[in-house]
Design a protein around this ligand. Structure first.
Ligand code: AHG
Ligand code: MN
Ligand code: MN
Ligand code: MN
Length: 320
C-alpha cells in the first residue's frame, strides 16, 4: 500500500538533497554539510519560537546562532546577514566555497503576538581560487545556487530550491528531522489573492495604484481578489506559493526602493517563485537580473502567479 510505503520510507531533507545532487558528485558532500548547518539554525529557532522567547532576545540570538553554525560548517567564506552592517569574512582555516546571504528572523515585529515568522537564505558559490571579496555576493539573483526559507508557524516548514524545482519539508519534532511533505511545489498560474500593505496607498505610483484598484474592481467582469496581508514576508510568500496570487512591496513616494532587501529577501523569494513556475518583477525588470551595488540595498518587488505578475508588468510597460 503506497501511503504506508511513504510513511516508512522517510525522505529527510538531507537524503533528498543528496539524491538530487547525484549529478554533481563533486559538491554533494559539501552542499549537504552546509545545508545541515542551516537546518540546525532553523531547528533552534523553531524551538525558541515555541518556547515564546521575547523579540529582543530572539533577534540577537537568531543571528548569533546562524553565524556560528555557518562558520563552523567549514563550508562558507562570506556571510551577509540582515542584522549585521558589514559582511562576515570567514577565517582562512574554516573557509569553504559558499557565500550565504540571510535574514535570520523575518517578520520580527510579529514575534510577540505569536504570528508566523521565518528565516530566509540564499547561497552563492565563490568563483574559483581567489580571496573572497564583497563582489562575490554582489551578484544577480539568477547566479544563486540555492535559496529557501523556513517558516515558524503552527508547524515548522522549510521550503528549498537548488535550481531544479521547489520542495517543502516539515519538521517532525519527535524525529528532529525535516521530512518531505510538499514535493515539487508549483504555484497556480493565476490566483485569487493579493497581498500588500495598503496603508501606503496614498504614496504609490500609478501602475501600483491601478493594479490594486483592478484587484478590487476588475474591469473584465472577473471576481475581485481577496486581500491577505500578514506582514511577515515569509508567511505572505508561503501562502502565495501554495495558493497563488501576488505579493507586492512596491515603491512609494517615501520609500522609492520599497522596503525589502535585495540580497536576502527579494532574491531568495524570487528564485523560489521562478522555480515554482511564477514570476518576480521589480517594476522595471526581472528581479533576478538585478545587480546589487550594496549589501543592504532595497528594491520594489511584485512576485507570485505567472499571470498575475504579467498584469503588473503590462501596467508598468504602458507607462513608458
Ligand atoms: P524584518 O522583520 O526582517 O525586518 O522584515 C520585515 C519585513 C517583511 O517581513 C514584511 O514583508 C515587511 O517587513 C512588512 O513591512 P510593513 O510593516 O511596512 O508592511
Ligand atoms: Mn529588521
Ligand atoms: Mn526581513
Ligand atoms: Mn530580519
Amino acid at each position: 500500500h503506497s501511503a504506508d510505503a511513504q510513511r516508512t520510507d522517510l525522505m529527510t531533507i538531507t537524503r533528498f538533497v543528496l539524491n538530487q545532487q547525484s549529478n554533481h558528485p563533486e559538491s554533494r558532500g559539501d552542499f549537504s554539510i552546509l545545508l545541515s548547518h542551516i537546518v540546525l539554525g532553523c531547528k533552534f529557532l523553531c524551538s525558541a519560537v515555541n518556547k515564546g522567547e521575547e523579540q529582543k532576545k530572539l533577534d540577537v540570538l537568531s543571528n548569533d546562532v546562524f553565524i556560528k553554525a555557518l562558520v563552523s560548517s567549514g563550508r562558507t567564506c562570506i556571510l551577509v546577514s540582515e542584522e549585521d552592517e558589514e559582511a562576515t569574512f570567514v577565517e582562512a582555516s574554516k573557509r569553504g566555497k559558499y557565500c550565504v546571504v540571510f535574514d535570520p528572523l523575518d517578520g520580527s515585529s510579529n514575534i510577540d503576538c505569536g504570528v508566523s515568522i521565518g528565516t530566509i537564505f540564499g547561497i552563492y558559490l565563490i568563483k574559483e581560487d581567489h580571496e573572497p571579496t564583497i563582489e562575490d555576493v554582489l551578484q544577480p539573483g539568477k547566479n544563486m545556487l540555492a535559496a529557501g526559507y523556513c517558516m515558524y508557524g503552527s508547524s515548522c516548514t522549510l521550503v528549498l530550491s537548488t535550481g531544479s524545482g521547489v520542495n517543502g519539508f516539515t519538521l517532525d519534532p519527535s524525529l528532529g528531522e525535516f521530512i518531505l511533505t510538499h514535493p515539487d511545489i508549483k504555484i497556480p498560474k493565476k490566483g485569487k489573492i493579493y497581498s500588500v500593505n495598503e496603508g501606503n496607498a496614498k504614496n504609490w505610483d500609478d501602475p501600483t495604484t491601478k493594479y490594486v484598484e483592478n484587484c478590487k474592481y476588475p474591469r473584465d467582469g472577473s471576481s475581485p481578489k481577496s486581500l491577505r496581508y500578514i506582514g511577515s514576508m515569509v508567511a505572505d510568500v508561503h501562502r502565495t506559493l501554495l495558493y497563488g496570487g501576488i505579493f507586492l512591496y512596491p515603491a512609494d513616494k517615501k520609500s522609492p526602493n520599497g522596503k525589502l532587501r535585495v540580497l536576502y529577501e527579494v532574491f531568495p523569494m524570487s528564485f523560489l517563485m521562478e522555480q515554482a513556475g511564477g514570476q518576480a518583477f521589480t517594476g522595471n525588470q526581472r528581479a533576478l537580473d538585478l545587480v546589487p551595488k550594496k549589501l543592504h540595498e532595497r528594491s520594489p518587488i511584485f512576485l507570485g502567479s505567472y499571470e498575475d505578475v504579467e498584469e503588473i508588468k503590462a501596467l508598468y510597460a504602458a507607462e513608458e
